[in-house]
Design a protein around this ligand. Structure first.
Ligand SMILES: Cc1cc2nc3c(=O)[nH]c(=O)nc-3n(C[C@H](O)[C@H](O)[C@H](O)COP(=O)(O)OP(=O)(O)OC[C@H]3O[C@@H](n4cnc5c(N)ncnc54)[C@H](O)[C@@H]3O)c2cc1C
Length: 669
């Protein structure tokens, strides 16, 4: 059943009033069918879609639909095989930028959705006139993942992204600018705008992974073709800008393609070959420890750029913006209008996933929220001071920074976070926790540079193990805690159960439901569920990475695929056999009172805390006492696990393999 309510502000209050106390897990297939039914009959079925998404109707009855959520592949994005080295445009060092750019520049916003410390905006602002553009890339909104056939962008990230765009457009308007928002492929949209406004410079933040580089290359080629065919008066100059990392690519002591040849920190500050301090190599290091030690020797973090109060203006013919005939435009505050102007915007952008009251943090996209989160977490609550002790938490807003969602979309600059941490160290206190946040930001950089260095390897099953020069790790020594696996459960059903949070292993289910219903999961839980998929369910790790890609608010290709590679034992970890996270051990240690488990598995509310993590031990009498029947209210476990403490084989480390001590601390099991 569904009803249609107009998408105006009163709607949310109404929704809130009708919300049931608990959300069951629903599926994507049922939702799609409902959405199609609804859209055939009504033009704006937005609210109805949201309600049915959570499997309940207006009478307030729960109708959990537990159909298989693994959709079959429909539109699979091609594997382009393009690596960073194949890029047609490399970032230009900011020291070499011209002081002014004659003519009009088009700034293509990507994962850099902010005004502060935005290097691409800094360059673009030197032009005579400026067009700011964002394109909702239809290939991600309509595409499916390669192996699991999952949506590339789930509803939580889609909405978060939309909020980022609304906020960015507001910020640009307050500085005399505008944001052109289009839906389609940047390769089609941008050349059209270039032609229409006689753009001379295309400026964008450089990305490092295959699909993003393929898009950049296709765009550069298309613009060259357009110029060759005489459709524009002069060739467009393309400027890629380095924007995403804490440490600028030019300040690294490693060579990368496109890096300015005369800058070599290696020559300027050689690191001695002493015990414990790894030697600088001509290639990017294999281990995080080596990378970190070299970076920390001089901590070259560039100054942040302040966005001026008034930005370079739009070209004259674009100033009366609303009259421009730009088909496909999305009037984003009023989604109902999108259909009126004839565009068919991605449905996901029009839906606001119901905010789950159990979420650890009320996530909203945009630079404004990002800056206030920085202020709150570092200065108001001063949570930074105890970050090292709390960072493995599972519940609540402050056990960790929650910066990842903002960093992934570029709503906050990592350099701004660095400055705030240093400021906090000077004014309040400097301790292991303050250092640890920077340590984690370096991991983020490390995954990005690794992805660049090893090209497509992070997306391949054998990961970096198939790459020359990378550490040859092996999964031998990892021993699963599974003692019995249900034979009637196929690999496909195992995957579905994992995605839905219905494996019958409560700690895993709780974490997977949190992800599904909020788009977020703590770092600790991510490690445990990933290890479970790989080692206990025996599934291809890339399926897990794809599901995370679909669901995570903070999805970042380098961090996601890099971490998955790492946990699968095919990444940048020289240790072998040490990435196993025993689900029961983790649950006992990090959720000792089962509050996290019960939060997301409310059907287990009456279960004794001492037994909650091991449903396979519940006999019929216990189930009656716990008011839960296995196979009915809660799924029959698909695996039975042995208790921790016994039968763990010590990790085998070959004598020739250097031990990455940071990895041990960061990913300890
Ligand atoms: C299987 C798996 C997949 C992951 N996928 C992503 C992803 O797609 N995007 C993403 O940003 N992070 C990913 N992470 C890393 C990490 O889990 C999240 O960055 C972190 O949980 C986000 O919460 P936070 O911002 O509160 O982190 P905090 O603990 O407050 O850390 C501060 C920042 O440091 C960085 N950071 C911390 N841990 C890591 C890490 N292991 N790898 C890279 N950067 C790190 C993040 O930018 C984070 O915002 C993944 C980890 C695992 C194990």
């Amino acid at each position: 059943m569904y009803v249609v309510l107009p998408a105006h502000s009163g709607t949310r209050q109404l929704q809130r009033g009708l919300r049931p106390a608990l959300h069951p897990i629903s599926d994507g297939v049922g939702v799609r069918a409902t959405r199609q039914r609804a859209s055939r009959r009504h033009r704006t079925p937005l609210v109805a879609v949201q309600w049915e998404w959570f499997g309940w109707d207006l009478d307030g009855r729960f109708e959990p639909d537990l159909t298989d959520i693994t959709p079959k592949p429909e539109k699979v994005l091609p594997n382009t095989g393009t690596t960073y080295a194949d890029s047609l445009v490399f970032p230009t060092d900011s020291k070499r930028w011209p002081d002014s750019l004659p003519g009009t520049a088009l700034l293509w916003f990507r994962n850099d959705l902010r005004l502060h410390d935005n290097e691409a905006l800094r360059l673009a602002n030197r032009a005579e006139s400026l067009l700011c553009v964002y394109v909702f890339d239809e290939r991600y909104f309509f595409g499916k993942s390669r192996f699991g056939g999952f949506l590339r962008i789930g509803e939580h990230r889609a909405y978060f992204l939309r909020e980022c765009i609304v906020d960015l457009r507001q910020a640009l308007r307050s500085r005399g600018q505008e944001l052109i928002v289009e839906i389609g492929s940047p390769v089609d949209v941008i050349p059209r705008l270039v032609q229409k406004f006689g753009v001379q410079h295309l400026i964008f933040s450089k990305e490092v992974t295959e699909e993003e580089i393929a898009t950049e290359n296709a765009l550069v080629r298309t613009l060259a073709q357009v110029a060759a065919q005489g459709q524009i008066s002069a060739p467009v100059q393309c400027h890629a800008v380095w924007n995403a990392t804490l440490v600028h690519i030019e300040d690294l002591p490693y060579p990368f393609p496109g890096k300015a040849k005369d800058i070599s920190l290696r020559a300027e500050s050689p690191v001695p070959k002493t015990r414990g301090t790894p030697a600088v190599d001509r290639v990017f290091p294999d281990t995080f420890t080596t990378f970190r030690r070299l970076v920390e020797r001089s901590w070259t973090v560039r100054e942040t750029w302040q966005c001026p109060e008034v930005l370079t203006l739009l070209p004259d013919d674009a100033s009366n913006f609303n009259t421009i005939d730009w088909s496909g435009a999305l009037p984003i505050e009023y989604p109902a209008e999108a259909t009126r102007i004839g565009a068919e915007p991605p449905k996901l952008l029009l839906m606001r996933p119901y905010p789950d009251p159990r979420a650890c943090y009320d996530f909203h996209g945009g630079e404004t929220v990002a800056l206030s989160r920085l202020e709150d977490w570092i200065w108001e609550t001063q949570s930074l001071a105890s970050y090292k002790e709390t960072r493995n938490g599972l519940e609540g807003p402050d056990y960790s920074s929650k910066f990842s969602c903002f960093l992934a979309h570029g709503c906050i600059s990592p350099r701004l976070i660095y400055n705030a941490v240093r400021d906090f160290e000077r004014r309040v206190e400097s301790n292991e926790s303050t250092y640890w946040l920077l340590f984690e930001l370096l991991w983020r950089d490390f995954f990005r540079f690794t992805a660049m260095h090893h090209g497509n390897a992070i997306f391949k099953r054998r990961g970096l193990r198939g790459v020359r020069g990378a550490s040859k790790t092996s999964q031998s020594g990892v021993r699963s805690a599974v003692v019995r696996q249900r034979e009637d459960v196929s690999p496909d059903a195992r995957l579905t159960a994992w995605c839905q949070g219905r494996t019958g292993v409560p700690f895993i289910d709780a974490a997977m439901r949190e992800l599904r219903l909020t788009g977020f999961m703590s770092n600790r839980a991510r490690q445990v569920v990933a290890s479970f998929l790989i080692n206990d369910l025996g599934l291809d790790w890339r399926l897990g990475a794809e599901w995370f890609e679909s669901q995570l608010l903070d999805y970042d290709p380098c961090s996601n695929w890099g971490n998955w590679c790492y946990l699968a034992g095919v990444g940048n970890d020289p240790r072998s056999g040490s990435r196993y996270f025993h689900p029961l051990k983790q649950a006992y240690e990090f959720d000792p009172r089962a509050t996290f488990t019960k939060r997301w598995c409310p059907e287990l509310f009456w279960v004794d805390n001492a037994l909650i993590q091991t449903p396979w031990k519940w006999n019929r009498k216990m189930q009656e006492a716990f008011q839960v029947t296995l196979g009915d209210q809660y799924p029959e476990p698909i695996v039975t696990l042995r208790e921790p403490g016994r039968a763990r084989t010590p990790p085998k480390v070959s004598p020739s393999t250097p031990v990455d001590t940071d990895a041990a601390v960061h990913h300890e099991s």
